[in-house]
Design a protein around this ligand. Structure first.
Ligand SMILES: *Cc1c(COP(=O)(O)O)cnc(C)c1O
Length: 420
């Protein structure tokens, strides 16, 4: 069984808590950089590879800047995400704008930044033309519908709200061509948190086959094919990580069988992964505030599902290490809870852990994607700080914790005083 290692000791975290009180998320810069390099190395075998980090996974501009340095672009889905990319120095065609139900002002900002605009629907061609004007390069999101089985997180493509049908792709590119657009991309995103290599390779093949058929029928060349994101991570200790090499080799084979075999101009291959880029390299650090023994044993922490809601909303597994007790036997069964007035505010249910004492520090693993990002303020819970564990072992705060002033910032108490 693989074990889940930590990039810090209990002593290190105790030292950090003197400056930054719990709870907080801490991200391991060294591991993020190494993983980014590994992805780029593995996909080096395919033409023009580029990864656009899906900002929604960890929307922090410091992290985005690190990833930019490693050669990544940004995949944005909203105006604030576009603005974050701009702040992090990611502009032009290093931004992929993949949004849905898109307001016109977002098309305008994306066009102004020179981003690659990925349209979710055939009717958006007209919306884009009338709002921002058609750029030289346009991409469509493909929903393969019944051609592809879904996975549990994103659901069946046939039932999903995203993208163009296969038939609409032909009509859409035909229309773009008629309107003078010269450069074309094709995209899909059909899975999330998928650990099966074959799934990605099969998706690539479906996409490549569609692109080849469109190229020949419509008479266009594709500049790139974006295979989307969705590579999963081993949340559980017994799971294995996806081999980038195996996915890249499978994609290359599908590429050779389609574009190369048909003698078409070879498009570049893009990915827009989020979870696998930062997920495993973030930890939510929280302190056990109370122990409670009723019908079950509870370890109550100073964090809540407002800091990490995946366990609460999906019943997702997040590994927990009791710091300083890494080598102790797992002799006690706990529900590890947060303080929200919601009974699903639990980080773990019936989890075997070493005996916990009040004041123990817990590391909740894999909080580097959809952790802070999914945070909310329900029940007056404030969002935590985000810290970066640097390669030299120092710690930098990359976002401060919220205060009650932040929470009340949209209220006008002066107006309340005179309100009758
Ligand atoms: C969420 C999302 C991604 C990233 O998905 P991961 O599962 O985090 O890799 C990529 N593209 C789009 C359009 C998305 O919505």
């Amino acid at each position: 069984m693989a074990s889940k290692k930590l990039p810090f000791t209990k002593q290190k975290i105790e030292e950090i808590t003197k400056t930054y009180p719990t709870p907080f998320h801490i991200y391991d810069e060294k591991a993020i950089r190494e993983n980014a390099k590994e992805l780029i190395r593995a996909f080096g075998i395919v033409t023009g590879f580029k990864e656009f980090f899906a900002v929604k996974a960890l929307p922090n501009p410091f992290i985005m800047k690190i990833l930019k340095e490693e050669g990544f672009g940004a995949d944005c889905s909203s105006l604030p995400e576009l603005l974050l990319a701009e702040k992090a120095g990611i502009v032009g065609e290093d931004i992929m704008f993949s949004s849905n139900d898109t307001p016109a002002e977002e098309f305008i900002k994306a066009k102004e930044l020179g981003a690659i605009i990925n349209l979710d629907d055939i009717t958006h061609i007209d919306v884009l033309e009338k709002s921002a004007g058609l750029p030289d390069l346009v991409c469509f999101r493909y929903n393969p519908g019944p051609l592809k089985e879904g996975n549990s997180i994103i659901g069946k493509p046939e039932e999903s709200k995203y993208g163009f049908t296969r038939e609409q792709l032909f009509q859409g590119y035909e229309l773009l061509k008629k309107k003078g657009v010269k450069r074309f991309g094709l995209h899909t995103m059909v899975a999330s948190n998928e650990l099966n290599t074959d799934y990605f390779v099969e998706t690539a093949r479906i996409l490549f086959e569609a692109a080849v058929e469109i190229s020949m029928k419509v008479g266009i060349d594709f500049e790139f094919i974006n295979l989307g994101g969705g590579i999963g991570i081993p949340y559980r200790p017994e799971q294995e990580r996806v081999s980038y090499d195996r996915v890249a080799e499978g994609v290359l084979k599908a590429y050779n069988d389609t574009f190369v075999k048909n003698g078409l101009k070879p498009p570049k291959i893009y990915l827009e992964c989020g979870r696998v880029i930062t997920g495993p390299y973030g930890y939510l650090i929280t302190q056990v505030r109370h122990l409670k023994s009723i019908y079950k044993e509870y370890a109550g922490t100073d964090a809540s599902m407002a800091n990490l809601m995946r366990p609460g909303i999906y019943g997702a597994y997040h590994h927990i290490t009791v710091l300083g007790k890494e080598d102790q036997p797992l002799t006690h069964k706990y529900d590890v809870t947060g303080s929200l007035c919601e009974n699903n505010d639990k980080f773990a249910i019936d989890r075997l852990l070493p005996k916990i004492e009040r004041g123990d520090l817990l590391a909740i693993h894999d909080s580097g994607a959809h952790g802070y990002a999914m945070g909310f303020n329900y029940n007056g819970k404030l969002r935590s700080a985000e810290l970066l564990l640097r390669e030299d072992g120092s710690v930098k705060q990359i976002r401060r914790a919220e205060t009650t002033d932040d929470y009340f910032a949209t209220l006008d108490f002066k107006d309340l005083r005179s309100f009758k």
